[in-house]
Design a protein around this ligand. Structure first.
Ligand code: PGA
Length: 255
């Protein structure tokens, strides 16, 4: 059976009290299912989330990480600081980091290499903008974003090492209510899988961008889709639980 991952990206939402309430509401119901369950909250919530998530089966990831082990880098968080809190991994290169905070393919790869070397799992985000899709450049954009990954990260991956996951998130679908069609997701994920075919370990590919309870089932059954990176619909325990339920009910229906 293919790897299944449900990852919530909480972006800059929630207080500590809301974080505790979310995990209390989730309870232990999902704890032992085969789906890998992740939530990525803001840095100030990480410690609370790690504590509150105990027994829920949900792992806590950061949304970003600095590219140096330590040093004079105001505003950044190091891998050791994340590990000390019990954080299991990190998102890297989310399109909002690329769009608003100057993340480049170069800084992203540097961060990913360091995170993996430190034992943190990585969800590495790629995706094209609307004008790029309209100009038929999706393939070229993804190739460019993945080129340094193929060169620098893939050769370092090993079965016993930390996990490396790709999240394909078309920028025009994030937070807009516009989901890529199943046809677009199918074709794009197949293209990404082909690009990554020489990986020494299987690389799960998640879809992200306006995933909701009414479209998730149609997406996770597609070939080369191993789950979702979900923003808005991961914020309430009800919706997170429902996404999990939909995913679990589709198990075995996909490759
Ligand atoms: P969205 O966000 O589900 O709210 O569109 C997804 C993401 O940015 O990871």
């Amino acid at each position: 059976m293919k790897a299944q991952v449900l990852a919530g990206n909480w972006k800059m939402f929630k207080t500590r009290a809301e974080t505790k309430a979310f995990f209390k509401e989730i309870g232990t119901e999902l704890a032992t299912t085969k789906i890998r369950k992740i939530v990525a909250p803001s840095p100030t919530l990480l410690e609370t989330a790690v504590g509150a998530a105990q027994g829920t089966g949900i792992e806590i990831f950061a949304q970003n990480m600095g590219w140096a082990e330590s040093g004079a880098f105001t505003g950044e968080t190091s891998p050791d600081q994340l590990l000390e809190l019990g954080v299991k991994g990190t998102l890297i290169a989310h399109s909002e980091r690329r769009q608003y905070f100057g993340e480049t393919d170069e800084t992203a790869v540097k961060k990913a290499v360091l995170a993996l070397a430190k034992g943190l799992d990585v969800i590495y985000c790629i995706g094209e903008k609307i004008e790029e899709r309209k100009a038929n450049q999706t393939d070229a954009v993804l190739r460019k974003q993945l080129a340094p990954v193929l060169e620098t990260i893939l050769p370092k991956l090993a079965a016993q090492g930390p996990a490396f996951l790709i999240a394909y998130e078309p920028v025009w679908a994030i937070g807009t209510g516009l989901t890529a069609t199943p046809e677009q997701v199918k074709d794009t994920h197949a293209g990404i899988a082909t690009l990554l075919k020489n990986s020494p370990v299987p690389l799960p590919i998640l879809y992200g961008g306006s995933v909701k309870t009414d479209n998730f089932g149609g997406l996770v059954t597609l070939p080369h889709v191993n789950g979702g990176l979900v923003g808005g619909a991961s914020l309430t325990s009800d919706s997170y639980r429902q996404l999990h339920q939909i995913f679990a009910s589709k198990s075995g229906q996909s490759d």
